[in-house]
Design a protein around this ligand. Structure first.
Ligand code: ATP
Ligand code: MG
Length: 426
């Protein structure tokens, strides 16, 4: 019988990869804390209706990509395809829209039934941030500054560029939608099949089409920027002015529409050219109507989400490495109880120590091989004679010349701490 494999597009994160994930997660958490964001964790499964209402019935995500299923009681549930809808639900449900100014971040797996390819999985991971109750352009800009700080903290400064646009307010988009349909109707034949269907249902989305003929038609289409009302226009101008003042580089891309219906006003994407077609590592924007659409008191909101797999792929092309080798490896020829006792005492005395122990026994030589392979800097050698004398040996496994010393067991922790401290500062 063949063994069961993981689901297509859903990947294991293996032990050799997890140090890089940990590294990214801790950097991101630090940056969020620096901007006074607090973590929120919402369920991975929500009522399907939550997503159809928030994201929009005629978007790719809802039309084609949702993992929806009937619960045993017949209710339609979905694995979350993105994080904002659940966070908005939670914020409304728990009355967190007051006082204004809540800043939350989240992380976790998202699920979309897309065609798996490089940079596109069916289970992928996002970090996201959301701000509620603040409509000032400075809030949009602070989120962008947070992004910029994060890229430099991850060693990615200069590898991602910022594109921004404004989608105007809802009435602006309604007006513009009619103009766009008027423009597209006579050009229907030049569009791909999906886009033809979208003319009536969701013409703005056609800007997102990757089809070159469709793109050529859209390049000549009227621009939302020209249909935008005074308030949305002023908001966008202020965002751009602040970015200029603060020296943030960006490009205005009037074709940037984003794939979800809830966005309005400022939208932005951080894009890299180092990963091929799937180059957007972070995307977001305002959703000033979403809380009301979900049944809450009208509350402006803005947020972004970044794709962890794409960020890690980018970090790897940038040469970032992370590993989690043990500091020390205990090789032992004494009884398991004596070995475990020495190891436990050492772990108690040196919190933070990463200690591996050769519990499978075997000859010293075989254990040393394992110690070398583990990447540990120090071998701790415990033989019968050492134990009888209350001693242990510390050996630098990476020293070119033999570097081995005998220390009393009750001095082991302080001596090892000294030596580890020294290598940390190397
Ligand atoms: P794309 O245009 O690449 O399909 P999107 O507009 O659907 O992206 P969002 O919903 O805005 O993406 O999600 C934010 C980020 O999450 C993306 O910029 C990307 O980094 C990541 N992401 C989205 N879908 C996937 C996926 N299927 N696999 C891996 N990462 C993804
Ligand atoms: Mg997508």
């Amino acid at each position: 019988m063949s063994s069961i494999q993981s689901i297509r597009g859903m990947h294991d994160i293996l032990p050799e990869q997890s140090p890089l994930w940990r590294w990214l997660e801790s950097r991101v958490a630090e940056i969020f804390a620096a901007y006074d964001f607090h973590e929120i964790r919402t369920p991975i499964v929500e009522k399907t209706e939550l997503f159809t209402r928030a994201i929009g019935q005629t978007t790719d995500v809802v039309e084609k990509e949702m993992y929806a299923f009937d619960d045993r009681n017949g209710e339609s549930l979905s694995l979350r395809p993105e994080g904002t809808a659940g966070v908005v639900r939670s914020v409304i449900q728990h009355g967190l829209t007051q006082p204004p100014g809540l800043k939350v971040w989240y992380q976790g797996p998202m699920f979309r039934h897309e065609r798996p390819q490089k940079g596109r999985q069916r289970q992928f991971h996002q970090f996201g941030a959301e701000v509620f109750g603040l409509e000032q352009p400075a809030v949009d800009v602070e989120l962008i500054l947070l992004g910029e700080r994060l890229w430099s903290s991850l060693g990615l400064a200069g590898r991602v560029r910022l594109e921004i646009n404004s989608l105007g307010d809802r009435e602006d988009r309604e007006r513009y939608r009619r103009q766009l349909i008027e423009y597209l109707e006579p050009r229907r034949d030049q569009l791909d099949a999906d886009s033809q269907r979208r003319i009536e249902t969701n013409p703005l989305r056609i800007f997102d089409s990757k089809n070159p003929d469709t793109q050529a038609v859209m390049d000549q289409a009227p621009r939302l920027a020209d249909a935008m009302g005074e308030e949305a226009r002023a908001h966008f101008q202020e965002v751009c002015r602040l970015l200029d003042e603060l020296g943030v580089e960006y490009r205005i891309n009037t074709g940037l529409v984003r794939g979800l219906d809830y966005y309005c006003r400022t939208v932005f994407e951080w894009i890299t050219d180092d990963l091929g077609a799937q180059g957007t590592v972070c995307a977001g924007g305002r959703y000033d109507d979403l809380v009301a659409i979900q049944g809450g008191k009208p509350t402006p909101g803005i947020g972004f989400a970044m794709g962890v797999e794409r960020l890690l792929a980018l970090a790897e092309t940038a040469g970032v490495e992370a590993s989690q080798e043990p500091h020390a490896f205990l090789v032992s020829q004494v009884s398991p109880e004596a070995t475990l006792d020495v190891a436990e005492r050492l772990r108690s005395e040196l919190p933070g120590l990463r200690l591996a122990v050769a519990l499978s026994g075997g000859k010293f030589k075989a254990q040393f091989k394992r110690a070398d392979r583990s990447g540990a800097r120090y071998g701790l050698i415990l033989g019968e004679s050492e134990l009888a004398a209350g001693n242990i040996q510390i050996k630098d496994l990476r020293a070119s010349q033999a570097d081995q010393e005998t220390v009393a067991l009750d001095q082991l922790a302080s001596r090892l701490a000294e030596r580890i401290g020294r290598t940390d500062n190397d």
